[in-house]
Ligand binder design. Structure first.
Ligand code: 15L
Length: 268
């Protein structure tokens, strides 16, 4: 059967989530073009690879040539020095959008993060329309990327789905992740829905599984047809046995972004 796309680009394809997409999106495109600053390892027949720094525009420009859409998962995935965040997440994301514009690529799926809204108190359940409230410089770069996507939609008609990922790991690793967990399978499904939906304009959604305990109202993701199949509840007993309850005044218990909100300035 014909696949929906001829060629998709995945940035950050050697990373934890990029590797999930490298497997999952093979069913969606004849060719996957992969990029990462790290080695991509051996390439399969349906893969093209380019090891490069997203901060280097000359390297990024040809990546976008001839692709139907891009899943932009590259960049710095945690709090870091401002210099690294600036290059990987701010310059790098600008380079992706600008190269997309130059080559007429019409859709970007971006792996944003809950740390764009990490300083909200956990007593508030948020939908994706709340104003940004970053908990780190890392979170602030995610806010920039979400707004950059809005600008490229309003001005140039390039569509984006910004997925504010909670915690995407094999399984929830602590008590906070009982609310924020996104299974790899649900992550892959959400990216597929974002790629295949007929019209998305500029959207922000949360990347979360069907967890009983929740911090986010994810109706925007449901409008893409996303129906999460997994729940952190299956791991509750195990997680609670391994991790003692948090005190209410600890950042991990107080804020959406957990310990990111409680951390000091990275370079101090
Ligand atoms: C993120 O944005 C990180 O990339 C990931 O490693 C987790 O720490 C996650 O947030 C989280 O909030 O659990």
């Amino acid at each position: 059967m014909a696949k929906p796309f001829k060629r998709l680009l995945i940035t950050g394809a050697a990373g934890r989530l990029g590797s999930v997409l490298r497997q999952a999106l093979a069913t969606q495109a004849d060719t996957l073009r992969l990029s990462d600053i790290e080695s991509l390892g051996p390439l399969a027949e349906h893969e093209e690879g380019c090891q490069c720094d997203l901060g280097d525009y000359e390297a990024v420009l040809p990546l976008l040539e001839g692709v139907d859409a891009v899943v932009h998962a590259g960049g710095v995935p945690l709090e870091d020095t401002f210099a690294k965040l600036l290059n990987g997440n701010i310059v790098g994301t600008y380079n992706i959008y600008e190269a997309a514009r130059r080559h007429g690529v019409k859709r970007v799926i971006y792996t944003s993060s809950n740390h764009a809204i990490g300083f909200y108190d956990r007593t508030e359940v948020l939908d994706a329309s709340v104003p940004h409230r970053p908990d780190t410089l890392y979170g602030l770069t995610k806010c920039f990327a979400e707004d950059l996507g809005r600008y490229y939609w309003d001005k140039f008609g390039i569509e984006s789905v910004n997925i504010r990922i909670g915690s995407s790991f094999e399984q929830p690793l602590d008590r906070r992740m009982l609310a924020t967990w996104l299974s790899f399978g649900d992550f892959a499904q959400l990216v597929e829905r974002a790629l295949l939906a007929p019209r998305v304009a500029h959207m922000i959604v949360y990347g979360m599984s069907n967890n009983r305990e929740t911090l986010w109202d994810n109706h925007q993701a449901r409008s893409l047809g996303f129906v999460p199949q997994d729940s952190a509840e299956a791991y509750r007993e195990q997680v609670e046995a391994q991790h003692p309850p948090l005190r209410h005044d600890e950042p991990a218990a107080r804020f959406h972004g957990g310990n990111f909100a409680g951390a000091g300035h990275f370079e101090d």
